[in-house]
Design a protein around this ligand. Structure first.
Ligand SMILES: NC(=O)c1ccc[n+]([C@@H]2O[C@H](COP(=O)([O-])OP(=O)(O)OC[C@H]3O[C@@H](n4cnc5c(N)ncnc54)[C@H](O)[C@@H]3O)[C@@H](O)[C@H]2O)c1
Length: 340
């Protein structure tokens, strides 16, 4: 059995989740870790048993025994790192959002289209069995069409410094919104035709050119509509609405951590209301941690069996394109068409 050599660049919140997944997957071997933050990277290297570590990733990715690189840095560094990794002949799993702005996103796509190695963008919900099951039910007509899609993800920042760093790169509508634009397109099989939104800069520390609370509304080509509300900040409440309403029913996902303490061990809850039958089903979906393991397994099968990315690069790109338009709509206070 070949063991793939892997390097992780960016060892913060997501980097650590990728490292956990690597430590559980016997077909990969952690070779190196890199992070600007020297204390952080040396700690992580000893925690996960990396053979080498450093503050500059370049020396690590040149090694012949490195096959895969996971990029979990801030969005504005994704393009440059991806470029270097692909030039060194490595397969890459890059965290979403693909890049920090429109120009970089287009360049990233050009690079990915011409790559001889595999490129996967970390749209983790595509590898989450709860979302996979719900999207299948919806696509098979469980609640009919068109849909009203109500999505929110607000959280009090546990690590405000990290959120501030992300905010300097992209707004939460772009950073987090790409996941949920992808979910809306996945649920309906339709494309987004227009976006609008509002944003608020709640605190002085938030850079003046951005906002830390945002809400976008979207119209889809099948007549469905949706909104996504998000925000980061010390004082924001936890709010996780994931609800799909159709003419024939309603499906809601309740995350494990939002369930009463006594039943959290049952995983996520999917509540399916069928108006035609007059029933409400409650389905427990096995869930423990963000599925970086399932995503890594898929990344390995892409490499071993020459499979396409999930989501396809074109879908990751489209989600990013719409998120950037939503961001512009928020700044300019106008509704923007999302022509392809
Ligand atoms: N898929 C998901 O569910 C999910 C969730 C959260 C964050 N993310 C994404 O993961 C990425 C990282 O976010 P995070 O929450 O882990 O942030 P974080 O602040 O916790 O960690 C980022 C780490 O990367 C390091 N870093 C940044 N730029 C670097 C560079 N150019 N070279 C070396 N090190 C660098 C920082 O020092 C930090 O330790 C972002 O793109 C974010 O959008 C994805």
């Amino acid at each position: 059995m070949k063991r793939y050599g892997v390097v992780v660049i960016g060892c913060g919140y997501m980097g650590a989740l990728h490292l956990d997944a690597i430590s559980r997957q016997e077909r990969v071997r952690l070779i190196g870790v890199a992070d600007w933050n020297r204390d952080r990277v040396s700690l992580v290297a000893s925690q996960y048993g990396a053979e080498c570590w450093g503050t500059d990733y370049r020396a690590l990715i040149e090694r012949d025994d490195v096959d895969l690189v996971i990029i979990a840095t801030y969005p504005s560094s994704h393009l440059e790192i991806a470029k270097d990794c692909l030039a060194a002949g490595k397969h890459i799993l890059c965290e979403k959002p693909m890049a920090g702005n429109e120009r970089e996103t287009q360049e990233f796509m050009k690079l990915a289209r011409g790559a001889k190695t595999k490129v996967l963008i970390g749209h983790i919900l595509r590898h989450n069995t709860t979302y996979q099951a719900v999207m299948k039910m919806i696509r098979e007509g469980a609640i009919g069409f068109p849909l009203v899609i109500r999505l929110s993800q607000l959280k009090p920042s546990k690590n405000w410094a990290s959120h501030l760093s992300l905010l300097r790169d992209v707004s939460p509508i772009v950073d987090c919104g790409v996941h949920y634009i992808d979910v809306m397109r996945w649920a309906t099989g339709a494309d987004v035709v227009s976006v609008n939104g509002i944003g608020q800069r709640l605190y002085e520390e938030v850079p003046p050119y951005t906002y830390n609370y945002g809400l976008m509304t979207l119209r889809l080509s099948d007549g469905s509509i949706g909104y996504f509300e998000t925000g980061w900040g010390k004082g924001l409440p936890t709010d996780n609405r994931k609800e799909f309403i159709g003419p024939a029913g309603r499906i809601r996902i309740i995350y494990k951590n939002d369930r009463p303490l006594g039943v959290q061990h049952l995983g996520n809850l999917v509540e399916v209301e069928d108006y035609r039958k007059g029933t409400v089903r409650q389905i427990n979906m096995d869930f423990s941690v963000k599925p970086t393991g399932a995503q890594l397994d898929y990344f390995l099968s892409m490499v071993e069996n020459n499979l396409p990315a999930i989501p396809a690069m074109e879908d990751a790109y489209r989600a990013m394109e719409i998120a950037l338009l939503a961001d512009r709509a928020i700044h300019e206070g106008i509704t923007l068409p999302c022509a392809k």
